[in-house]
Design a protein around this ligand. Structure first.
Ligand SMILES: NC(=O)c1ccc[n+]([C@@H]2O[C@H](COP(=O)([O-])OP(=O)(O)OC[C@H]3O[C@@H](n4cnc5c(N)ncnc54)[C@H](OP(=O)(O)O)[C@@H]3O)[C@@H](O)[C@H]2O)c1
Length: 279
């Protein structure tokens, strides 16, 4: 399994399995399948309401806890120092573990400084082995990374062939923060699975469109967490380390960038209001 060394020396797998929109009932089965398939990193969040399913699957897998890398995220309704601190303990309980490998702040809204200080203290206590953020675009990341003791190890942002985040990635690198993609397959939006360039490239390597889209991110050094509830797709998404895209192919896929989100614009007033309704 290819790993990425984070800014505190911790190694994390470059590919993992994401469980957003996997129902609490189905989560245990999906994570068990993912672990059987060979995934060793699982990405969940308080807001997905399925940390218990992840915990049960990890526990029953028979795999050493130290061989599985668990990522979770603190939701904005738990921001502020005291609430975030209590929510970390709650996540540990639901995940049935003494430590979480990487804990992120899920969104750049509300009392994120109070919440981040809770992550820092839990890191110092050994409850979290690495800490970071998610959806922090350059303005928010620069602000936070410049004003905390422990620079975020990771920033998980929407990153796929249609929203490539190349400039944002450079800024993260300036701070020693590693880019992690959510939505590496763009959830299939913008007809990703029938895209002409990706289909043509896939045909020349005997690989699927999904494998090309994921391989392109891997070659840029991005950490990825594709989600599928189907075991055959889980296998397919992991089977991307036995071929390489050429410089020309990388460059051609780079032209698919629209520089825009297919989901949320975190700087849009209506989006911000929507997040406030989820506090
Ligand atoms: N930090 C954040 O704010 C944030 C936001 C969104 C997501 N995330 C994380 O990122 C993970 C991945 O993102 P995502 O779940 O939004 O989307 P995604 O991984 O880009 O795409 C998932 C979709 O693609 C389909 N799919 C997966 N593999 C496929 C394949 N090989 N061929 C055809 N279709 C395939 C899945 O369908 P089936 O399941 O039916 O196979 C599902 O509809 C999440 O699970 C979550 O852990 C984080």
């Amino acid at each position: 399994m290819k790993t990425i060394k984070l800014n505190n020396g911790i190694e994390m797998p470059q590919i993992g399995y994401g469980v957003y929109q996997v129902s609490p009932d189905e989560c245990e089965r999906c994570v068990s399948d993912a672990l059987k398939t060979g995934y060793r990193m699982i990405d969940t969040a308080q807001a997905y309401h399925n940390e218990e399913g992840v915990g049960r699957a990890v526990k029953s897998s028979g795999i050493n806890r130290s061989d599985i890398f668990i990522v979770s995220k603190v939701w904005i309704s738990n921001y502020g120092y005291e609430k975030a601190k209590a929510s970390i303990d709650d996540s540990l309980r639901k995940l049935q573990t003494d430590y979480i490998d990487l804990m992120l702040l899920h969104q750049p809204f509300c009392d994120r400084y109070g919440a981040y200080r809770a992550l820092e203290d839990a890191y110092r206590e050994g409850k979290l082995h690495a800490i970071g953020v998610s959806n922090f675009y350059p303005d928010h990341l620069i602000d936070l990374a410049s004003n905390v003791d422990i620079v975020p190890a990771v920033n998980q942002v929407e990153t796929h062939v249609f929203n490539q985040q190349t400039e944002a990635q450079k800024i993260m690198e300036e701070f020693g923060t590693h880019i992690m993609s959510w939505g590496p397959l763009a959830e299939g939006r913008n007809n990703l699975f029938s895209n002409e360039t990706l289909t043509k490239t896939g045909n020349s390597h005997g690989k699927s469109v999904a494998q090309i889209a994921l391989r392109w991110l891997i070659q840029r050094g991005v950490i990825i967490i594709p989600k599928s509830v189907h075991i055959e797709r889980m296998k397919q998404n992991l089977d991307i380390f036995n071929f390489e895209l050429s410089d020309e192919e990388m460059a051609e896929i780079a032209t698919l960038d629209t520089g825009k989100s297919l989901f949320f614009d975190h700087h849009d007033a209506e989006t911000t209001k929507l997040f406030m309704s989820w506090r």
